[in-house]
Design a protein around this ligand. Structure first.
Ligand SMILES: [Zn+2]
Length: 156
């Protein structure tokens, strides 16, 4: 989803200072063009799109982002398309994909040593696997709930 940009000021050269108005994003940029012609990918974690929400949660909380060829982009699109109901239905396969990526790319959960340790041993010991699975599950559900909140706000 694109940022919801607004003009928040002007530079000394007369360019627009733009900032995203969505909670948790607040990306800034400078452009000679108005908000309607500038497109940033939004970092908000309060979006209607669940795939983007989940990615932004991972990015903001744990510094985990997509890399080229990780295959996450396809899953982000898929989850965006599924919506809350579809994502709940496919929860297990979403979690599987997350844990596969976590293992392959050795995700480190900064600031959470216990989880970080569990993530490292996640595939080798059953306790770690259970723990990381619960962590991933909770995060996906949070992305879904944030999306539901956002959708409720849109229809109000
Ligand atoms: Zn934004």
């Amino acid at each position: 989803m694109r940022c919801l940009l607004a003009i928040v000021g002007r530079t000394e050269h007369g360019e627009n200072k733009l900032q995203c108005q969505r909670l948790g994003c607040e990306r800034e940029g400078i452009s000679v063009y108005g908000p309607e012609l500038v497109h940033f990918k939004c970092w908000s974690t309060e979006l209607a799109l669940i795939g983007d929400n989940l990615h932004n949660l991972l990015r903001s909380r744990f510094g985990i982002s997509c890399i080229h060829s990780c295959g996450c982009q396809e899953w982000i699109k898929r989850m965006n398309h599924w919506g809350p109901e579809g994502c709940r239905e496919h929860l297990e396969s979403i979690v599987d994909k997350m844990l596969t990526s976590a293992e392959k790319r050795n995700w480190k959960l900064d600031g959470r040593p216990l989880l970080s340790a569990a993530a490292c041993i996640g595939t080798k010991c059953s306790w770690g696997r259970k723990y990381t699975r619960r962590w991933a599950c909770k995060l996906v559900l949070e992305a879904i709930e944030r999306s539901e909140r956002s959708l409720a706000k849109e229809t109000n």
